[in-house]
Design a binder for this molecule. Structure first.
Ligand code: GDP
Length: 466
């Protein structure tokens, strides 16, 4: 870890570029007060207490007033970075922000790198790596579900769970290491039965956390929903009805929706990303064939598939084939019989329903995309799917970060090997190695074990000023 005293003072705008009522410039580091004082005209800052506001002017070297501002003062360690920090609230003009930044740089500050404020907060011990990453997620969150999981991680529940697992393992590891010191004497300090049950318990928790990622990731980015069906089934019309606007091209000519169009809606705080795809059918037209291939790909990536068919023209075998294809993908799906408004004989509906009931357990709905009939019910059904998914998770902590997932996976593998080693009575040093590896992988998640590369990689993804 770097010595805090060597760190220079950094500055960056904390608000986005553009005109606004107010813009905030943040400065942090041990010279923060000295630097701001050089361009400040107002109350003496030396004795100003932490968490106080000060009205005054920013002036240039010719004593010309650049802006009237408010300073928010934070004295170390009572700031986000835990260093001396000042936030300068200026009028929200990009010109003023630029001028004040230049003046601060002339006075000795350096423009911050992306994520540098948060990196300092982390290195100064304000929070661990999971919480630092949650700050980025919180800023990026665009739905209440994404916000909820980011908040949960920022509050540190995931971190404390990982730390708790590590502590249990450390105890176990130290007993094993002790055995290595006494290897000549063939003693066992660590009770093998207890060790095994601890390993399997930790593995279970790690596994459940790992499994929650699929859901967490979807929640963060929006639940991908693929709308599939033959050309003219009404996919674009349904998408438009869902989105309430004319985004996709609606056409009478079969196969015109050649490209994949993506759009989003939020239902009760959960974002759904709809993917309209070219129809699933064998074709000799190459452009469309690419579309069909992409449709298959999108179906595999989807969390929910909506299979749409025209109740007036569909033949049961065709629908049954499609169900088979979807079931092979192992993705949750809903069958939608469309264009119900055009159907004259009710008996046909019953026949379709009866035939498909035998085929599939999937919920079945008759809709009219054009008249938006039952589109609201479809939305409720989508929401229900996501709620059921969350309820089926074996953990109330949801992993949303790919990096965390990767280390959970490595930890799970190391745990399996340690378990296997114990069961096959391998020598203690081999078992100890796998336990150490597990500790290492879990430690990488929270940042108890880090490398400069890892930190660089994480914080460079932040925006400037964060
Ligand atoms: P896609 O090829 O599956 O995307 O199908 P489109 O959405 O382009 O629809 C094909 C045609 O069916 C268009 O003329 C739509 O207006 C019509 N259509 C779609 N849904 C309905 C519906 O619920 N009822 C009726 N009567 N026509 C529909």
């Amino acid at each position: 870890m770097q010595n805090q005293n060597n760190w220079d003072t950094i500055v960056a705008p904390a608000t986005p570029h553009g005109q606004s009522a107010v813009a905030v410039i943040r400065i942090s580091g041990k010279e923060a007060f000295q630097i701001v004082k050089k361009i400040w005209k107002g109350k003496e800052l030396d004795n100003a207490k932490t968490h106080t506001l000060h009205f005054g002017k920013i002036v240039d070297s010719n004593n010309e007033v650049v802006d009237e501002v408010l300073l928010s003062i934070f004295r170390a360690p009572h700031s986000f970075t835990m260093e001396d920090s000042i936030e300068i609230s200026t009028h929200g003009s990009p010109y003023i922000v630029q001028r004040v930044l230049s003046l601060l740089v002339e006075a000795g500050a350096r423009i911050a790198e992306p994520g540098e404020f948060t990196k300092r907060a982390y290195l100064n011990g304000r929070f661990d790596l999971v919480q630092a990453e949650a700050v980025a997620d919180l800023i990026a969150s665009q739905s209440s579900a994404a916000h909820r999981v980011a908040m949960q991680q920022m509050r540190g529940r995931f971190s404390s769970k990982i730390k708790q697992l590590r502590e249990q393992l450390i105890h176990f590891a130290s007993l094993l290491e002790l055995e290595l010191d006494f290897s000549e004497e063939d003693v066992e300090f660590a009770d093998r039965t207890q060790l095994l049950s601890l390993l399997s318990e930790i593995k279970k928790v790690v596994h459940h956390l790992k499994e929650s990622y699929k859901y967490g990731n979807v929640l963060k980015r929006g639940v991908p929903v693929a709308i599939v069906g033959k050309p003219n089934a009404g996919k674009s019309t349904l998408l438009n009805a869902l989105l309430q606007e004319e985004r996709a091209i609606v056409s009478d000519i079969a196969g015109t929706t050649r490209d994949v169009i993506e759009d989003e809606i939020t239902i009760e705080g959960i974002t759904f990303r709809f993917i309209d795809t070219a129809g699933i059918r064998e074709t000799s037209d190459t452009i469309e064939a690419i579309g069909v291939e992409r449709a298959r790909q999108k179906m595999k990536e989807a969390s929910i598939i909506l299979y749409l068919f025209d109740v007036n023209t569909a033949n049961i075998e065709e629908v049954q084939d499609a169900i088979q294809e979807i079931e092979n993908l192992n993705v949750s799906y809903i069958l939608l019989g469309n264009k119900i408004d055009m159907l004259s004989e009710h008996s046909k509906l019953t026949a379709i329903q009866e035939a498909l009931k035998k085929e599939s357990q999937a919920p079945f709905m008759f809709i009219s995309a054009k008249n938006e009939k039952d589109v609201e019910n479809l939305k409720s059904e989508l929401l229900k799917r996501v709620q059921q998914w969350e309820a089926s998770l074996q953990t109330d902590i949801i992993v949303t970060n790919a990096r965390h997932y990767e280390f959970l996976e490595k930890a799970e593998q190391a745990l399996s090997q340690a378990e296997h080693g114990l069961l096959s009575q391998l020598p203690s040093d081999l078992v100890a190695m796998d336990v150490r590896a597990t500790l290492h992988f879990l430690g990488e998640i929270t940042g108890e074990i880090t490398t400069e590369d890892l930190l660089g990689n994480i914080f460079s993804k932040f925006c400037i000023g964060k």
